[in-house]
Design a protein around this ligand. Sequence first.
Ligand SMILES: [Zn+2]
Length: 47
Amino acid sequence: MPTYRCAYCEHQTESAHMITVFQGQQERNELLCDTCYADWLESLKSE
Ligand SMILES: [Zn+2]
């Protein structure tokens, strides 16, 4: 079974969520675990 490494907490996760982050002009894809993805969604709402 494939596992992914969360880009944020660096834990191994089997259900990864792809997000797109912007750094200046650069667009970058990262994989997050369930927990970090939920946190990331919350951080979007609060802005
Ligand atoms: Zn994580």
